[in-house]
Each structure stands twice: as C-alpha cells, then as structure tokens.
Design a protein around this ligand. Structure first.
Ligand code: AMP
Length: 141
C-alpha cells in the first residue's frame, strides 16, 4: 500500500499549506478548493487512510480542534453565521485524499452549500431493526 498522500507531504513540511493550527497530533489548514471562503481541513499527523486505521483518541482530537476552529471562524473576517463539519470515510462517501481529514466549512446565507434532499421517515420497526443490528456490531468490537 502506497503511504504517499499530499496530506502526508504537508505534515512532513514538503508541500505548501496555509496553516491555521498545529500541535503534536494534528494540523489544520485552508482547503485549496474551498466549498465556501474559509473552508478548513483538520488532519491527524499519523498517516491513517481511513477511520478504521485511526486511534480513536486522535479521532476525538480532530473534533476537538474542529470545535475550536468553528469558534475562530465566527470571530475572524470570515464572519460566518454557521459551520458544517463533514468527513468522507471511503470512496463511496466521496473520499478523495486517503489520509483522514475533517472538513470545517463556514456557512453564510445563500452560499449554496448543503446536503441535498430529505427523504421521508421510514417506519419505526425499520429504524428499530437497523438500530439492533448496529448495537450488535458495537457489542462485537
Ligand atoms: P475529500 O473529498 O473529503 O477527500 O476531500 C479532499 C479535500 O482535500 C478537497 O476538498 C480538496 O480540495 C482538498 N485538497 C486536496 N489537496 C489539497 C492541498 N494540497 N491543500 C489543501 N487542500 C487540498
């Protein structure tokens, strides 16, 4: 498996990045193709391709830093009214760079970003069935 990704190069300091935050576990920097102005990425320094490879403690740190950045975005010249977090885990989820990353996306009225469509609620027994299956999987971990 090729461990090279552009994000590993950023962590190593061999590729450019407009950094906003760095500590011993994570780096946060501007997305070069922002969904909205101020779009940030928070990545672990360890080269985990997907969530299953990432230490959950470091995974929690991604959210912790994302939460801090959401506050900073609101106080900065980005002047957003809201923030979306987004994480694509796997090709089917839209992941393009195989080094785990949390998107922190500032929102302003009319910015055009958003999840499309809201399906109707399935019957409660269907929800309960899948909930039981997921609880079972959690119990086997
Ligand atoms: P994803 O589809 O969740 O894998 O998103 C990958 C994201 O990485 C995209 O939003 C890209 O614009 C962003 N990206 C790719 N290369 C770079 C780079 N060198 N610096 C900053 N962001 C990047």
């Amino acid at each position: 498996m090729n461990p090279y990704t552009i994000f590993a190069e950023i962590v190593a300091g061999r590729a450019p990045a407009s950094k906003v935050y760095e500590d011993e576990d994570v780096v946060a920097f501007m997305d070069i193709r922002p969904m909205t102005p101020g779009h940030l990425l928070v990545i672990p320094k360890v080269a985990a391709r997907e969530l299953a490879e990432l230490d959950p403690v470091v995974g929690g740190k991604l959210f912790q830093v994302g939460q801090m950045l959401a506050g900073a975005l609101r106080d900065s010249e980005v002047q957003c009214d809201g923030v979306n977090f987004f994480l694509a885990d796997g090709v089917m989820a839209g992941q393009e760079v195989f080094h785990v990353h949390l998107h922190v996306i500032p929102r302003t009225p009319g910015d055009g970003f958003g999840l499309r469509g809201r399906p109707t609620s399935p019957p409660r027994p269907d929800l309960d069935y899948l909930a039981a299956s997921i609880r079972g999987a959690l119990g086997r971990r």
